[in-house]
Design a protein. Structure first.
Length: 276
């Protein structure tokens, strides 16, 4: 036993003395424009309101701690049914562009988003996607493996007249996208679980359910799997190979990242308490 202990000590001393700091050089890439233009129309409110913010930033190298905001772009929407222009402004110089005048996207109207930045023009189109409201959301008593998860029981009724895709925002940068292939036209309920390190109770959370297109559903599934949860939101670090629906009409090789989408969105506020 003494010989074994001495041998183990010598091995540890050998590997400790051989430690060497290796500098890893990560190649720098040319920054690309990131466009986060996911509009939300709160259709179940009276009066109806909307979040119509276009967030512009630049991609950054892997180890950079900050994401540069784009504050000197020209942003506007065109209502393609009558060619009306809706201008946006970056009032706080933070990269968040909002309509100069109050604006609620209309049903069945196609809108074209135009962004002019660094002498290049980016364009994309979107039409509002219909949704359905929450039927109910309650805190449940069930847990998973650790026994310390917090359960949400979500219920809503799916519109059976069309193929539907939904995006759920559970706050805390936690998202879930689903389609209705297994519950088309039916009342649907499911459970979502917060992990112990994802939320500190008691806490008030506001949930969102948005109707999304099939194309945005596919885009978000890939985006979420590559960027991961709890990273400041999925649009904070868009993978450089993932293309959205915005096109650089000036220079197609300098493609942007991100997406332009308009959703009907319902919200539900819930007070979560400690049960375990």
């Amino acid at each position: 036993m003494k010989n074994i202990a001495i041998s183990t000590l010598l091995i540890l001393l050998f590997f400790t003395s051989c430690e060497k700091v290796i500098d890893v050089t990560v190649p720098s890439i040319e920054p690309k424009l990131i466009i986060d233009a996911a509009f939300e129309v709160y259709f179940d409110e009276i009066p109806v309101t909307a979040k119509t913010v276009v967030k512009l930033s630049l991609s950054a190298d892997y180890f950079d701690e900050t994401i540069p905001a784009v504050t000197n772009a020209t942003v506007f929407l065109t209502d393609l049914s009558n060619n009306t222009i809706i201008n946006f402004t970056n009032t706080n110089s933070d990269g968040n562009y909002e309509p100069v005048n109050s604006f609620i996207p209309s049903d069945t109207t196609e809108y074209e988003l135009t962004i002019i930045y660094a002498n290049e023009t980016y364009k994309g189109t979107a039409t509002k996607v219909k949704s359905t409201p929450f039927t109910n959301v309650v805190q449940g008593d069930e847990t998973l493996f650790s026994g310390k998860e917090t359960q949400l029981k979500v219920d809503f009724f799916d519109d059976g007249t069309q193929e539907n895709y939904y995006l759920f925002d559970f706050s805390e940068n936690l998202f879930l996208s689903i389609d209705d292939r297994f519950f088309n036209g039916a009342d649907y309920n499911f459970s979502f679980f917060y992990q112990e390190d994802e939320i500190e109770l008691p806490k008030t959370v506001t949930l969102k359910m948005s109707g999304i297109s099939k194309a945005f559903y596919t885009y978000f599934e890939v985006l979420n799997s590559q960027s991961g949860q709890n990273s400041g939101g999925p649009f904070q670090s868009v993978p450089s190979s993932l293309l959205g629906n915005m096109i650089n009409t000036t220079n197609e090789d300098n493609f942007p990242l991100g997406y332009f989408h308009i959703s009907e969105t319902d919200t539900f506020t819930l007070d979560l308490v400690q049960k375990n």
